[in-house]
Design a protein around this ligand. Structure first.
Ligand code: PGA
Length: 254
């Protein structure tokens, strides 16, 4: 299974800035990421079509979207559909990122509907889950992860997820704060998620990549990817610059 190194650019970068970053990233990686790694760029919607032609001739690079609405088309002002993303050669999409859950009040049910619809349309879905600091302090990590997984994956059959589903464990208190979960915390959370996945999807549960996200930087990525239950990283701040993102992509586990 290839490790997925994903950069979520959130609401950063104009088209010109995006082009500059991608060109520099390609150059730094010599137009080819390490064999065992997949590089996923998740820009704002406005930069997807600009980046798409820059990476399409190089293997190991993919494009993702940060969000969509679970319908083919319709009167949904301000929204974007999976068809529109597929039309731009976008293969992946996020659902359930903590900023969507907390700033935009997305419910577990809406997130579940997005995962189901995205998979049905042929997008590879990355379902983000993770506990807040209060939930952590109240010893509710597993309860929260269980609920977010159950609701996020409701009504999804095993055959729909083949190579098409990733989970990103992102403790909310670690996102954009500089606080990183310790190796033991990450290992325990990932082991819990893997166990749940295997019980819901006995055939495919082992193949679902589980990424870690939350203040991943050049100086902590080697330690995080050395945890054998970590199958990739979801990177915010450090994924915005070609320099730091390329160092993370090529980092050796240690
Ligand atoms: P961060 O963001 O790396 O800046 O903490 C991670 C994320 O939001 O996915």
């Amino acid at each position: 299974m290839k490790m997925c190194m994903a950069a979520n650019w959130k609401m950063f970068k104009t088209r010109g800035e995006a082009v500059q970053t991608v060109k520099e990233l390609l150059k730094r990686l010599d137009y080819s990421p390490p064999q065992d790694r997949e590089v996923l760029i998740i820009p704002p919607f406005t930069a997807i079509s600009t980046i798409s032609p820059l990476i399409k001739d190089f293997s190991g690079f993919s494009l993702g979207a940060q969000n969509f609405y679970p319908a083919d088309q319709g009167a949904y002002t301000g929204e974007i559909s999976p068809n529109m993303l597929l039309d731009l050669d976008c293969q992946y999409a996020l659902a359930g990122h903590s900023e969507r859950r907390h700033i935009f009040q997305e419910s577990d049910d809406l997130i579940g509907a997005k995962v189901k619809f995205g998979l049905k349309k042929g997008l590879k879905m990355i379902l983000c889950i993770g506990e807040t600091l209060e939930e952590r302090k109240a010893d509710q990590i597993e309860t929260v992860l269980q609920r977010q997984l159950e609701k996020g994956l409701q009504n999804i059959s095993e055959k729909n997820i083949q190579n098409n589903l990733c989970i990103a464990y992102e403790p909310v208190w670690a996102i954009g704060t500089g606080e990183v979960a310790g190796p033991k915390d990450i290992e325990e959370a990932h082991a819990y998620v893997r166990g749940r996945l295997k019980s819901v999807f006995p055939q495919e549960g082992d193949q679902v990549r589980i990424l870690y996200g939350g203040s991943v930087k050049t100086d902590n990525c080697s330690e995080i990817i050395a945890i054998d239950k970590v199958n990739g990283l979801l990177i915010g701040g450090a994924g915005l610059q070609a320099d730091s993102f390329s160092q993370i992509i090529t980092a050796a586990a240690s």
